[in-house]
Design a protein around this ligand. Sequence first.
Ligand SMILES: [Zn+2]
Length: 217
Amino acid sequence: MGRHGTILLRMLHIERFVNELMFSNCYIVVDEVSKHCICIDAASEKAEREIAYIENNALTLDYIILTHEHTDHTWGVNAMTERFASVKVVCSEICKNNLAKEFQAYFLLYYDNPDYHYNVCRVDETTESLNERMLWQGHEIIFLPMPGHSMGSICIDVEGKLFTGDALMQSKPYINKRNGSKELFIKSVNKIIDSYPVDTMVFPGHGVMFLLKEKNI
Ligand SMILES: [Zn+2]
């Protein structure tokens, strides 16, 4: 009798879209075997390209996971939850609380539009309620609290690949003094550098993928 070992198919495809507003990244992570996917940081107002990509490839969207609360990482959430009703939105507790408020700064700054209001309509799970990890289609996803850039920031570890939002970038960071902290930011970044291999692939909130060792400290 032949032995049947467990075959772990860890085929993940990562599609990157550059969002409107501040050229932030939206990632669609696809499990090529099950054709299920997750979306990290939907942030184009109508999320048209992301929705088309999911539909054209006959994918099932299971989760939208947010790296943090800033509008240039969250603006497309409502468009996607309207289209994909069964999707679950996941983010940290602080991120959730901030998302419930209306952000106007971006619309004032970039569109000079004081009348535009946007807030994310629903968050279904917080990373804290999930004990900072979950199993998705057999893939382990770990949430790493990364306060600093904003207080609700997290990094998302999908099978050892890191989706860092604005909490860890290749070069100089931007820290909003109103809802961020430089001291915490440095602590958070060092925590990642100390605990991940140098050849870890980093998918940042802005710009292209890089290896952890290519980070300019
Ligand atoms: Zn940000």
